[in-house]
Ligand binder design. Structure first.
Ligand SMILES: Cc1cc2nc3c(=O)[nH]c(=O)nc-3n(C[C@H](O)[C@H](O)[C@H](O)COP(=O)(O)OP(=O)(O)OC[C@H]3O[C@@H](n4cnc5c(N)ncnc54)[C@H](O)[C@@H]3O)c2cc1C
Ligand code: SF4
Length: 543
């Protein structure tokens, strides 16, 4: 059994924890990063759709349960860098309005305890850190920004450009998806990113995706005061007898129990595992779970209302990197429907192999391979609302139980109808005109149009922040109301989820909370990280 004391312990190395480690590293404070996973092995299978999408080679092997006790095999990833190793790197800011209260037909999306302006400088910093490539001014719902993107938008390939032109002709404002990939289109010979077809959902074999390991954890580890322990599963947090401080962090590592302590403990295991850790850490002072006097820990689980929809065309879609186009025209509604609908963008190009894992409804006269070669593969996101009954709990065996009743579906249905309508009105195809479009098909026949419960990619909301300790577990700085030295910096803190991808907000918030922690540690003036990777990140950049 080993034991040591640190200034800060960070549990989890994903978008939240990895970014926080980067922020704290130059302080000289002793920082311990505990990660249950290892480094993703670099191997050809990183880019194999069979290994990744059919065999689930890198997916967590854990079993969770749904409300009825049925097995769930969560589509989540335990590795250094967390789920950002596999993400599609579409890095969006929430809209300014998402920080206020928004009315939906299904209920209210509550306001955040901070405003968009509070987070704005950190969004800018996170965009620069994660090398986001984008174009300001195109997205009609984009919030105001204090700086432009440092890297130009990733260009559309011809089929996507044609679609973008069609959408624009139909009165929409299609825009370039902001992307964290290290692509230098002007210098392809030296560009770190080679614009391959296996980015979304796959780890990047050449480390050119701006994930938390490449961009934050590795540079942080260049500092002698930062230590990373992999395969280090934190099973429980223990407190002093008053219950006001976490005093021991219990770690299961290579079959042995290790115990660490720190002045400040930061939980960033992802929204489901962070809630589970706090619930598992119940004690006499915290009988409902650590920092859970409000009984909100684990509740208000959100994951967005998401669909993958394939638009089949008579013409093939030879696009390699498809995720460059997005549409927010219906984000807040339309003239006939004054409620939010959500966001339209793309997943990575689907192929026959990937489709074989989901068994989509096969269009008459088509094979999976043919569908893969002809489809435009859309990703639609709408907001689900924070329902206290949608929650993470633990069963008697200590397994994670995820209870979720879908809500707020009407806006999503209308968003799908909007897309179908736009696709039917396409005309830029010189061969088939609007006849080119053959219909929208859900990627998976058995789940209808929605991503199933095990699809927890956008998990958030389970340890919400707020001003009132009766209705939130964390204060506005993401510190636990009831435990002085406990912070949470992953997606758990969201009181509502908006309808764009969550990672940039998690990263920006980690930088913000990092500044509060530095102040608390008495570190005056923030020092920029200068680890070797940070310096070399400019290579392959196109600014
Ligand atoms: C396929 C896929 C595509 C996605 N695409 C996008 C996208 O394009 N844009 C976007 O914004 N978002 C995307 N996301 C979502 C994004 O990856 C997540 O929102 C983000 O990574 C969440 O950050 P986090 O810090 O909350 O958790 P994570 O990044 O999941 O990090 C949590 C870390 O904690 C570790 N951990 C868990 N429990 C413990 C424990 N008990 N002890 C020690 N360590 C622990 C985990 O191993 C993990 O490394 C995608 C996700 C997936 C899966
Ligand atoms: S090379 Fe570029 S497109 Fe391919 S996985 Fe890496 S970052 Fe993504």
């Amino acid at each position: 059994m080993s034991s040591a004391h640190y200034d800060v312990i960070i549990i989890g190395s994903g978008a939240g924890g990895g970014t926080l480690a980067y922020r704290l590293a130059p302080s000289g404070k002793r920082i311990l990063l505990l990660e249950r996973g290892d480094y993703v092995p670099r191997e050809p299978d990183n880019w194999s759709t069979r290994a990744v999408n059919v065999e689930g080679k890198y997916q967590a092997r854990e079993i969770w349960r749904d409300e009825a006790g049925k097995e769930l095999h969560p589509h989540t990833n335990y590795w250094v860098g967390g789920n950002t190793k596999f993400y599609g790197a579409a890095l969006f800011r929430l809209r300014r309005e998402d920080f206020g209260e928004l009315r939906h037909p299904g209920g209210v999306s509550p306001a955040w305890p901070i405003s968009y302006e509070d987070l704005e400088p950190y969004y800018t910093e996170a965009e620069h850190l994660y090398q986001v490539h984008g174009e300001r001014g195109e997205d009609p719902t984009e919030p105001p920004a204090s700086a432009g993107y440092r890297y130009p938008a990733v260009s559309h390939e011809p089929r996507i450009q044609q679609l973008s032109d069609d959408f624009a002709r139909l009165g929409c404002k299609p825009f370039h998806t902001p992307l964290g990939i290290m692509l230098d289109e002007r210098r392809p010979r030296t560009s770190r990113c080679i614009r391959c077809g296996t980015c979304d959902g796959h780890p990047c074999l050449v480390n050119a995706k701006s994930d938390a390991q490449v961009v934050c954890v590795d540079p942080a580890l260049a500092y002698p005061n930062v230590t990373l322990l992999t395969d280090a599963h934190v099973s429980r947090l223990e407190t002093s007898s008053s219950g006001r401080e976490v005093t021991r962090v219990l770690v299961d590592r290579a079959g042995t129990r290790e115990v660490y302590s720190a002045d400040i403990v930061v939980v960033s295991c992802g929204a489901i595992n962070s809630a589970a850790l706090l619930l598992r850490s119940a004690n006499d002072r915290h009988p409902r779970g650590l920092a859970n006097g409000s009984d909100v820990v684990g509740r208000h689980y959100m994951g967005h209302v998401n669909s993958v929809l394939m638009a089949l065309s008579r013409c093939p879609n030879p696009t390699v990197f498809q995720k460059t186009l997005a549409l927010n025209d219906f984000y807040f509604g339309s003239p006939e429907w004054r409620f939010p609908m959500g966001h339209i963008s793309f997943v990575g190009k689907l192929d026959g192999v990937t489709l074989s894992a989901g068994a989509p409804a096969i269009a008459p006269g088509w094979t999976l391979d043919l569908m893969g070669r002809h489809s435009l593969d859309f990703w639609l996101t709408s907001e689900d609302l924070p329902d206290p009954g949608n929650r993470v709990t633990l069963n008697r065996q200590g397994e994670i139980v995820l209870s979720y009743t879908p809500n707020n579906g009407e806006g999503h249905k209308r968003l799908i109808a909007k897309l179908e309508n736009l696709m039917q009105r396409q005309s830029r195809c010189t061969l088939h005109g609007s006849e080119c479009h053959q219909g929208l098909f859900s990627r998976n026949l058995f789940i209808g149009q929605r991503i199933p419960l095990a699809g927890v990619a956008h998990q958030n909301g389970t340890i919400r922040f707020g001003h009132d300790p009766a209705t939130s577990a964390l204060d506005e700085h993401c510190r636990a109301h009831e435990v002085d030295n406990l912070y949470v910096v992953d997606a758990s803190f969201f009181p509502s989820s908006g309808a764009v991808n969550p990672a940039l907000t998690i990263m920006a918030n980690a930088l913000r909370v990092g500044d509060r922690i530095l102040e608390r540690l008495g570190v005056s003036g923030r020092r920029e990280a200068t680890g070797t990777e940070v310096v070399t990140l400019g290579v392959g950049a196109s600014a």
